[in-house]
Design a protein around this ligand. Structure first.
Ligand code: TEU
Ligand code: CA
Length: 560
C-alpha cells in the first residue's frame, strides 16, 4: 500500500458559478458572489472547491466552450476577482480546483479561427481534426452528444471538422505535439497563479481511434454512438503520462479525470496509486443504470434504477480498485439530476430522511466524495412547465430530435423525461433564503429558481440542528477523523447481497469496523445483522435506534 495522499482524505464541494451567487444584480452568479459565500462553504467543512469553467466563452454549453483559456468570463468578473477568490479561499484553508476543458475548444478560440482559414501553410490547421468527405458524406456515422452529426462541413475548405459535442465545440487534435505543448503551457500558467489542481473534462475522449471507425448504431437512432469507439483511445495514457511529466508531477495537486466510458481495468491506468497519470477517475457507470431500454433514447427516461443494479455497480467499483487505484464518490453534478429526486424520495414526508440516507451510503465508501452545490440542502429536481424554460442545449436539442424530427417520443412523455433527467435540474440557482429569487440575485435569474426555495434554503438549514446540512457536516468530520473510512476494506453484508430494499456493507481496518445500513424504501422493514455486544451508534437519520426495525429511508452506522 502506497503512502496516504492528502486528497484521499479530502472532500470536494462543486460550485457552478453561474448559479451560485450573483453579486451585481445581473441575474448571473459571479466570482465576487462566490467570495461572499466562502464562509458558508468553510462551515460545511470541505477541503476543496471545484469550480466549473470560469473562462471566456460564447456560452453555448455552460462555459464548456472556451474561447480563451487564460481570460475570465466577463459575466463572472475579471482576473483580479479570481486572484481575490483564490487568496480568500487559501486564507480559509480551502483549495481551488479548476475545470480543464481540452478535448475541445470553442469555435471562437483563436486557434480554431486560424485553423479554418485554409489548408495550405497553416500551422493551426492541424490543431483540430479535419477530414475530407467520404463518398460525398461525413467521414463516419458518429453522432454528437448534443444531437445531430459529430461532423460539420466547412464549405470554404471543402472538409469536415469533428465535434463530439456541439458544432461550436471543435475537437482538438491531440496527435499534434504543438497542441499538447500549448495545453501544458496553459496549465503551467495557471499553476503559477497558485491553483490547487484540475478536473479534466471528458479526458477519456482525447485520443481518437485509428481510422475513425463507425460507432454502433441502433435501429431507430439517426447516428452511431461515438463514445463507444472513442473512449480510452490508443494514446490517451501516453498523453496523460506526458502531461504528468510536463505539468502535474511538479505540484502537490488534486487531479481528477472525467472519464466517461472508463472500465475498471482502464481506471487502474488513469488513476493508479503509483501516480503516473491522475489522482482519480470520475466515472459514470452508476449514472447510466437508469437509461431508456430503447438505446435510441439514451439517457432520456423517467423510471428509477433498482437497488440491486445500483448496489451491484457501486460494490464492483469499491472492491475492484481497492489498493490499486482511486475513484471519486458522487451522486450528482452539474450534468445530472438531483440525488434526492433521482435515488430517494423528494416528497415532503421523506425528502430529509432519504437525502440523509443517500449521503450516508456514499460518504462511508472508499474514494474522494464530491458534494454538488445545494445537495447539502436536499435541493430537488425542477418541473418546468415549458420547453422554453430550459436553457441547456442538450435538453433542448434532444427534445427537437426525439419529438419533432424522429417522433420517437410524444411531447408530454419528453417533458416527463426532462423533469427526470435534464441537466437544468442541477443548474437552478442556489437557494440561500426565503426572499425574492431565493437570495441568489436581486434580478430575475438566468434560469428560473425552483419554487420550493421557500422551504428549502440555506438560512433555514442553518437554523435547524437536524438539517441535511449539519448531517453532511458530520459526515465530512467523520471522514477526517476515522482512518477506516479512507483505508478500510469494503464488504457487502452477506445477508444483504440480494436484498431489494436495504443496502448494508462494512468497512474494516486493523483497528475498527463500521457497519452501514440503509433502507432505500418508504416501508418499515425488519432486518437482522450480526453485531458484537460492544458497539456504538456513530450516526443515524432518526432520533432513536429501534434495532432490527428499519423505518422508511432509515440509515445508521455502527462502529466496533
Ligand atoms: O460532460 C461529459 C459528458 O460525458 C456529458 O456528455 C454528460 O454525459 C452529459 O452532459 C450528461 O447528460 C462534460 C461536462 O461535464 C459537460 O457539462 C459538458 O457539456 C461536456 O463535457 C462537454 O464539455
Ligand atoms: Ca453577476
Amino acid at each position: 500500500m502506497t503512502e496516504e495522499k492528502w486528497w484521499q482524505k479530502a472532500v470536494v464541494y462543486q460550485i457552478y458559478p453561474r448559479s451560485f451567487q450573483d453579486s451585481n444584480g445581473d441575474g448571473i452568479g459571479d466570482l465576487k458572489g462566490i467570495i461572499s459565500r466562502l464562509d458558508y462553504v468553510k462551515k460545511l467543512g470541505v477541503d476543496v472547491i471545484w469550480l466549473n469553467p470560469i473562462y471566456k466563452t460564447p456560452n453555448i454549453d455552460g462555459g464548456y466552450d472556451i474561447s480563451d483559456y487564460q481570460a475570465i468570463n466577463p459575466d463572472f468578473g475579471n482576473m483580479a476577482d479570481f486572484e481575490a477568490l483564490l487568496s480568500k479561499a487559501h486564507q480559509l484553508g480551502l483549495k481551488i480546483m479548476m475545470d480543464l476543458v481540452v478535448n475541445h475548444s470553442s469555435s471562437e478560440h483563436e486557434w480554431f479561427k486560424k485553423s479554418r482559414q485554409g489548408r495550405q501553410d497553416n500551422p493551426y490547421r492541424d490543431y483540430y481534426i479535419w477530414h475530407d468527405p467520404v463518398d460525398g458524406h461525413a467521414p463516419n456515422n458518429w453522432g454528437s452528444f448534443f444531437s445531430g452529426p459529430a461532423w460539420t462541413f466547412d464549405k470554404d475548405s471543402g472538409q469536415y471538422y469533428l465535434h463530439l459535442f456541439a458544432k461550436e465545440q471543435p475537437d482538438l487534435n491531440w496527435e499534434n505535439p504543438n497542441v499538447r505543448q500549448s495545453v501544458f503551457d496553459m496549465m503551467n500558467w495557471w499553476a503559477n497563479k497558485g491553483i490547487d489542481g484540475f478536473r479534466m473534462d471528458v479526458i477519456s475522449l482525447i485520443s481518437k481511434p485509428t481510422g475513425l471507425p463507425d460507432g454502433p448504431q441502433s435501429a431507430e437512432a439517426p447516428f452511431g454512438n461515438a463514445a463507444d469507439v472513442v473512449a480510452n483511445g490508443p494514446r490517451v495514457h501516453d498523453y496523460l503520462q506526458e502531461m504528468h511529466q510536463k505539468v502535474l508531477g511538479r505540484y502537490n495537486w488534486i487531479t481528477v479525470g472525467e472519464t466517461a466510458g472508463v472500465t475498471v481495468e482502464e481506471s487502474k491506468k488513469y488513476a493508479n496509486l503509483d501516480g503516473r497519470e491522475l489522482n482519480m477517475v470520475f466515472q459514470f457507470e452508476h449514472m447510466g443504470l437508469d437509461g431508456n431500454p430503447n438505446p435510441a433514447l439514451g439517457k432520456w427516461y423517467d423510471q428509477p434504477v433498482t437497488l440491486e443494479a445500483l448496489r451491484h455497480n457501486l460494490t464492483k467499483w469499491q472492491t475492484a480498485l481497492s489498493g490499486t487505484a482511486w475513484n471519486s464518490l458522487y451522486w450528482n453534478n452539474h450534468d445530472q439530476p438531483r440525488v434526492v429526486s433521482r435515488f430517494g424520495n423528494d416528497s415532503p414526508a421523506y425528502r430529509v430522511y432519504s437525502a440523509k440516507m443517500l449521503a450516508t451510503i456514499l460518504h462511508f465508501m472508499q474514494g474522494t466524495p464530491y458534494i454538488y452545490q445545494g445537495e447539502e440542502l436536499g435541493m430537488t429536481n425542477v418541473n418546468f412547465d415549458h420547453l422554453s424554460d430550459y436553457q441547456d442545449l442538450e435538453s433542448i436539442n434532444a427534445y427537437h430530435e426525439l419529438v419533432d424530427d424522429t417522433q420517437l417520443v410524444a411531447p408530454e412523455t419528453m417533458m416527463s423525461y426532462l423533469h427526470a433527467r435534464s441537466r437544468d435540474n442541477a443548474r437552478t440557482p442556489m437557494q440561500w433564503d426565503n426572499s425574492a429569487h431565493a437570495g441568489f440575485s436581486t434580478a430575475t435569474p438566468w434560469l428560473k429558481v425552483n419554487h420550493n426555495y421557500h422551504n428549502i434554503n440555506v438560512e433555514s438549514a442553518l437554523k435547524d440542528p437536524n438539517s441535511i446540512f449539519y448531517f453532511y457536516q458530520r459526515l465530512i468530520q467523520l471522514r477526517h477523523e476515522l482512518p477506516v473510512i479512507t483505508d478500510g476494506r469494503f464488504a457487502l453484508v452477506p445477508e444483504n447481497e440480494n436484498d431489494n430494499a436495504v443496502f448494508a456493507y462494512t468497512r474494516q481496518n486493523n483497528t475498527q469496523t463500521l457497519l452501514i445500513i440503509a433502507n432505500f424504501t418508504d416501508q418499515t422493514l425488519t432486518r437482522h445483522y450480526p453485531l458484537p455486544t460492544q458497539h456504538k451508534l456513530l450516526i443515524q437519520n432518526y432520533s432513536d435506534d429501534q434495532g432490527e426495525t428499519l423505518r422508511p429511508f432509515e440509515a445508521k452506522v455502527y462502529a466496533y
